[in-house]
Write a protein that binds this ligand. Structure first.
Ligand code: PPS
Length: 570
């Protein structure tokens, strides 16, 4: 393929002039406002600064259909990822066709206005199937689509007023045009970009440097600092790691810039999307690896995409993307020669060393050695600062089960046992206590139960983040809500779901509070297990039976689980 030198000219942005922006800000005070979600803020930033060129706003229905069906906008241009403004039904219902709305950040600062030309209810199952390959919520973007994104999409052109504010790493952030200008200034004509959402270790440094040499190009490390996969190392830590690795490249061959992209983990389609975004940022080459932007395993435990599907799709569209693909060489460490070499160039009989991502996390979690051949000491030091060994991190134990199943009793016993051990503060967020304090205004509708659980999850995530132990003991009858809480907490520490599996018959037989009787008589409505659903956890970290088991033993089972997970020192 012939790659056309493209960074010599600026690309179109959606911002108006400073004067118009000042005027618009005042006029927009009268407009109906939408408060953007974190993902929408990421999308909007790249829409406005030209990172998503040729898009001129959030997709219209016609563009969306084309993108979902065959990766093309209505005008035929290649675009693989739906960039949609998802909103609530209530918000969508109050809009008229052609109405201007103000798009605001989470503090209420106006970033843009949008003319709403399209307002529709998308077929999310179809979007999941076509864009991500399966309607399976084990896929982070499909989960987002069904459980976070609003039910209605708005589409229409954007008028950019100002970019979202960032207080972190400002000097490391560049718009597409700023990067293009930088490349022009340095006389860089061939630039290979490396996309990443992970800390860089020696193998990455080797492979990126080799890719640059092979392409006879300069290197742009282009990490994503917007939304990435739940559970990833936070971008603050990663950027400090990247800065350490940057010093390892020969001077003036390599630069780094932070990209405020919200990833979808969409594998092949995502690779094509990444290529288009990098093209807009003025690069000529792009590294696509094995399992590029892979979402992990599906609910059947299999990979969502083949390991080289992303490379294949990229290759197919390479000339249209306008960026040449450099395929990732899988680099491995050869002990005899004390250096990294491409796996496919190694003869038989040599000793190849490797530490997988899982093994690295294990060593960090347990405070074990991480050898210098694997990663740079500066990087390891940063990772250790952020990820102290598990026995020093905060965590949450989340009990779920029917009313009267024994959740609170076991949680109380556990709290005392943990306090006896000492080391970390313990907070018990019992169902009844929470309902008295945090959630006193709530009832037992699905909506109210979800709100209640999300509040508990929020408090538990703060406790976990700050190195404490949170014990939660609500009924928490809905799988999706429990999963959302898990995601909130796993950013900061372990989430240990304990299903207290006392059967509904046994709970009713015990009827400690006399509530089952009232529920049977219809005096309490929406009673879990009697007149309201309970979705049994399928894969809890632990399931405890309480029939014929005393409380002390049940709490001890949890302690053993915590020990086996490395959360308390044995
Ligand atoms: S939920 O679904 O997780 O928000 O419920 P939770 O906050 O744990 O509250 C459950 C306690 O409230 C009492 N109670 C009811 N439970 C279920 N359904 C209905 N309709 C209901 N009305 C009152 C009940 O005592 C629960 O306490 P526990 O400790 O679970 O027995």
């Amino acid at each position: 393929t012939k790659i056309v030198q493209s960074n010599l000219t600026p690309i179109p942005e959606l911002y108006v002039s400073y004067e118009s922006a000042q005027k618009l800000k005042v006029e927009a005070a009268d407009l109906v406002s939408w408060d953007l979600t974190p993902r929408q803020i990421n999308d909007l930033e790249l829409l406005m600064n030209g990172g998503f060129n040729p898009l001129k706003g959030f997709l219209t229905e016609e563009d969306y259909d084309g993108v979902v069906e065959n990766m093309r906008l209505a005008d035929g241009s290649l675009w693989p990822m739906p960039i949609t403004l998802d909103v609530s039904e209530d918000f969508a219902a109050k809009l008229e066709e052609g109405q201007d709305i103000a798009l605001r950040d989470q503090e209420g600062v106006i970033l843009a206005t949008m003319t709403v030309t399209d307002n529709w209810v998308p077929n999310k199952a179809r979007e999941a199937e076509k864009v991500f390959g399966a309607d399976d919520i084990a896929h982070p973007a499909v989960n987002y689509l069904h459980n976070t994104a609003g039910p209605v999409y708005l589409g229409g052109p954007i008028v950019g007023i100002q970019p979202p504010t960032h207080y972190d790493f400002r000097a490391r952030r560049d718009t597409p045009n700023e990067l293009r200008a930088y490349f022009r200034k340095l006389g860089w004509r061939r630039i290979v970009a490396f996309q990443t959402r992970n800390p860089l270790h020696r193998a990455h440094q080797e492979l990126t440097f080799r890719a640059a040499k092979e392409a006879q190009a300069n290197l742009l490390i282009h990490p994503v600092v917007g939304m990435t996969k739940p559970g990833d190392v936070d971008h603050f830590t990663r950027v400090r790691c990247y800065e350490a690795v940057l010093d390892k490249y020969p001077q003036s061959t390599t630069t780094m810039s932070l990209l405020p992209l919200a990833m979808r983990m969409g594998g092949p389609r995502e690779a094509v999307w990444h290529g288009l975004i990098r093209k807009n940022h003025g690069v000529t080459h792009f590294i696509v690896g094995r399992d590029h932007a892979g979402p992990g395993k599906n609910s059947a435990g299999e990979d969502f995409y083949g390991p080289y599907e992303a490379q294949d799709l990229f290759r197919e569209y390479e000339s249209e993307i306008g960026v040449e693909m450099v395929d990732f060489k899988h680099m491995v460490y050869v002990q005899e020669r004390a250096q990294y070499e491409p796996a496919d160039e190694i003869e038989e009989g040599v000793t190849v060393l490797n530490i997988s991502g899982t093994e690295l996390r294990r060593r960090l979690a347990e405070g074990l050695e991480i050898p210098e051949w694997f990663s740079f000491p500066e990087v390891v030091q940063e990772l250790r600062r952020t990820r102290p060994p598990r026995a020093k991190q905060g965590f949450t134990v989340f009990f779920t089960g029917f009313s009267g199943s024994g959740k609170s009793t076991i949680a109380n016993a556990l709290q005392v046992k943990l306090m006896e051990m000492g080391g970390r503060p313990v907070t018990l967020l019992d169902g009844d206590i929470v309902r008295k304090n945090l959630s006193s205004e709530l009832g037992f509708s699905k909506e109210h139960r979800d709100l209640n659980i999300r509040r508990i999850g929020y408090v538990a995530s703060e406790i976990t983040k700050n190195g404490g132990i949170a014990l939660c003991a609500p009924i928490a009858p809905y799988t999706a809500t429990r999963r959302a809480v898990r995601e909130d907490i796993e950013q900061y520490g372990a989430f240990v779901e304990v299903h207290v599996a006392t059967s509904i018959e046994e709970c009713e037989r015990r009827d400690r509070k006399g509530l089952y009787k009232l529920a049977r008589e219809g005096k309490i409505k929406e009673f879990t297990g009697i007149s309201d659903p309970y979705e049994t956890p399928e894969n809890p970290e632990l399931r405890v039976q309480t029939e014929g088991v005393d409380v002390d033993n049940a709490a001890h089972q949890v302690i053993l689980k915590l020990e086996s997970m490395g959360l308390i020192a044995g």
